[in-house]
Ligand binder design. Structure first.
Ligand SMILES: NC(=O)C1=CN([C@@H]2O[C@H](COP(=O)(O)OP(=O)(O)OC[C@H]3O[C@@H](n4cnc5c(N)ncnc54)[C@H](O)[C@@H]3O)[C@@H](O)[C@H]2O)C=CC1
Ligand SMILES: O=C(O)C1=N[C@H](C(=O)O)C[C@H](O)C1
Length: 253
């Protein structure tokens, strides 16, 4: 069975990667692509107006929508998918608690899968962090993420996921974002640092240090293609699931 996919944010960095990756797969076909700057074609796919999203869902009836846009549009697309009975995969970061609530509401109607990072390497890094943190009890932890100079949200969605993983395994910690002036480290805090430069696709480092040693766990995405491939794997996996909230780790099992 070929899974048909609607793509949002088609003229964006990730939207283009998703369309390029979809063209190389024979288990998926692109039903339509939308952007708020329509008119051009991306990877040979005509890009339609995001304002017509609900109509496009009704007329094309895709199995799943793949979304990499911004928080406000992600919520709108998710609720339109909930109403139309279409599964929804999103990697959009920078969502507020209210934004996640809106996604969960859509998940009561259709399958919804959110991942702050669709690379397999980050899935492995998360497992490593969950193992290393309790093994190195009392060590200081600093998290650094580095992204291209056009990224809007900070810290990255992946950094927030890693911080939640750390809290899960050792209890809630104070998060200190950057340091300036007299700012000595307090016990148990996690330092969080966001760098923005050039066209870096995404780097995350969790540094643990103490007891005259340090351990640096680092992931570097070589291109956005890894995220697009993971999101399409998730779309293919999600298409025939029941309504509910799903995690990328389930796709990788
Ligand atoms: N989960 C993951 O693996 C990854 C997540 N991301 C996230 O994906 C999102 C998009 O990233 P990029 O493609 O780099 O951004 P981008 O700025 O290049 O593209 C975003 C696209 O969404 C469109 N858009 C934004 N708001 C919209 C609205 N209200 N209505 C209609 N269209 C709207 C923009 O016009 C643009 O075409 C970000 O939140 C980023 O953090 C990016 C890479 C990987
Ligand atoms: O905006 C990006 O580019 C990326 N965003 C995601 C995030 O916020 O973690 C994932 C990846 O690091 C690239």
């Amino acid at each position: 069975m070929t899974v048909s996919v609607g793509v949002t944010g088609a003229t964006g960095r990730m939207g283009g990667e998703v369309l390029a990756a979809a063209a190389d797969r024979d288990d998926l076909s692109v039903a339509f692509a939308v952007s708020r700057s329509p008119g051009e074609s991306v990877e040979g796919v005509a890009v339609e107006d995001a304002a017509d999203f609900a109509d496009l869902l009704a007329s094309n009836q895709p199995d799943v929508v793949v979304d990499f846009t911004g928080p406000a549009s992600c919520i709108e697309y998710a609720s339109a998918c909930g109403e139309a009975g279409v599964a929804f995969v999103t990697g959009t970061t920078g969502l507020s608690e209210g934004g996640f609530d809106a996604l969960r509401e859509a998940a009561s109607e259709v399958p919804v899968l959110y991942a702050s990072n669709f690379s397999r390497g980050i899935a492995a890094l998360r497992r490593a962090v969950r193992e290393a943190v309790p093994a190195l009890d009392g060590y200081d932890i600093e998290l650094t993420e580095t992204h291209h100079n056009a990224k809007r949200d900070a810290p990255s969605g992946t950094a927030l996921t890693l911080l939640d993983d750390i809290d899960d395994v050792r209890g809630e910690s104070e998060r200190v974002h950057g340091r300036e002036g007299e700012a000595p480290r307090s016990e148990g805090e996690v330092g969080v640092h966001a760098r923005r430069a050039g066209d870096i696709a995404g780097e995350h480092e969790v540094l643990l240090a103490g007891n005259h040693e340090s351990l640096s766990l680092t992931h570097r995405a070589g291109s956005r293609g890894v995220f697009a491939a993971g999101a399409l794997d998730a779309a293919a996996w999600l298409a025939d699931r029941d309504a509910g909230w799903y995690d990328f780790t389930e796709v990788l099992e």
